[in-house]
Design a protein around this ligand. Structure first.
Ligand SMILES: [Zn+2]
Length: 415
């Protein structure tokens, strides 16, 4: 039968074996070749051949020496962190943050650009490509050692095909990102929702490390949700799971940026909190429409702290709706933990107890029976650099995945 195996199949088998060994080295380093053979079930000859190939490619290192049972000196193998580097990008409304990670996921370099992302598709692919090249040059990492680019974008993303289906950030609908950028750069490009990237970061390095079932709720300029079940990201049947910001909190509500009415985001995002304030002012007998100057969400934090009743009520309303919505999530998913994360560039998290106190109260009130008894709620302010580290790990996950196991719609974030 052996001679009937097609060369494409041989290639696949070689790739799978290489991936098995690379992962064993990653998990059990420093490890000897005989140990690798015993753990993988592969023959000594195959292990020697593949590890020699990996050494030639500088993906592994042979660092230490120990006496083997046969009296010969046997090398111990480990991953070469400098063997390859991944780029992670998080585009924001008018900026882009980029990071470079080594094969151990260590942060090597990060950079931020102020970029006015317009709605011109070709221009944005061009801008992203130029930022990647700039990032690589500034970092001092050799260009040929870059193994891929991971991008986290807000909105509805088709991770499998690399499409941005609907993003509020750019106004793009059904725009292909991965393929044209990959062609331009000559390296693999992986796209995912930005809060999914944050969830990957939390699972690997952050608040979710010790949990198998947890939710990441991101608030600020928008509202997003990353769902981790059994240690894996959950995307739903068609990749759209987690559009928490567009769950309805009322049937006849305020117009949301998505075009629907009554979405959670329209009340609890920074812009939504400002609208809460304006609505409250207009509803009072003391103010008439047209006379109210629109404050920023940051100004509202200050006003509320100085005892402004309308500003306090704006946060109170947002906090209550957030708490009710979190209770709905807990009643549906029964997670071990919820990480409530806000970037340090937005106002929501600066508000602190103005938002969190009514949130806790409403959450407690709307939990079913004892479902939230052991729930951990962690609140954090986290910069976009961490989101970008999650995006970079999209690349590393593909790099270490076996060719037979790569299902783009399923992202293993554990281990
Ligand atoms: Zn909406």
């Amino acid at each position: 039968m052996q001679q009937h195996i097609k060369s494409a199949d041989r290639e696949l088998i070689r790739g799978i074996n290489q991936s098995i060994l690379l992962n064993l080295i990653r998990e059990h380093a420093p490890i000897s070749r005989p140990q690798l053979a015993a753990m993988s079930g592969l023959s000594q000859v195959t292990v020697i051949k593949i590890t020699s190939h990996l050494l030639d490619r500088h993906l592994i290192l042979e660092k230490e020496y120990a006496e083997s049972t046969g009296g010969r000196r046997a090398g111990l193998l480990e991953i070469n962190p400098e063997g390859g580097f991944a780029v992670g990008l998080i585009p924001q409304q008018s900026s882009l943050i980029g990071v470079i990670l080594n094969l151990n996921s260590d942060l090597i370099y990060s950079q931020q650009w102020n970029i006015p992302f317009g709605d011109s598709y070709s221009l944005v692919v061009d801008l992203l490509a130029r930022c990647v090249e700039d990032l690589v040059v500034q970092s001092g990492v050799a260009r040929e050692k870059i193994i891929g680019v991971g991008i986290g974008m807000s909105g509805l993303i088709d991770a499998e095909h690399g499409y941005c289906i609907d993003s509020r950030l750019t106004g793009w609908k059904n725009v292909e990102i991965s393929r044209p950028l990959q062609e331009r750069l000559g390296i693999p490009v992986f796209l995912d929702n930005d809060v999914n990237c944050l969830a990957i970061y939390e699972k690997l390095f952050g608040q979710g490390q010790s949990y198998q079932h947890f939710l990441v709720v991101a608030i600020g300029s928008g509202v997003g949700l990353g769902i981790v079940i059994n240690g894996d990201l959950y995307r739903g049947a068609f990749g759209g799971a987690g559009e928490f910001g567009h769950t309805a909190v009322t049937t006849e509500g305020r117009l949301c940026a998505c075009g629907n009415h009554g979405c959670l985001e329209a009340y609890i995002s920074d812009a939504g909190i400002v609208k809460n304030y304006l609505a409250y002012m207009r509803a009072t007998a003391y103010s008439r429409e047209g006379e109210i100057q629109e404050p920023s969400a940051f100004e509202l934090v200050e006003r509320a702290r100085n005892g402004d009743g309308a500003a306090t009520a704006a946060f109170q309303h947002a906090g209550t709706l957030l708490g009710v919505s979190l209770a709905n999530l807990v009643n549906v998913f029964n997670p071990e933990c919820i990480v409530l994360s806000g970037p340090d560039t937005d106002a929501s998290m600066l508000a602190g107890d103005l938002l969190l106190q009514p949130m806790h109260q409403a959450l407690k009130q709307h939990l079913f029976s004892q479902i939230g008894k052991d729930l951990q709620l962690k609140v954090e302010r986290l910069g976009f650099e961490s989101w970008a580290r999650g995006a970079g790990n999209l690349v590393l996950r593909h790099f270490f995945a076996s060719p037979a196991q790569v299902h783009p719609e399923r992202t293993l974030v554990g281990g």
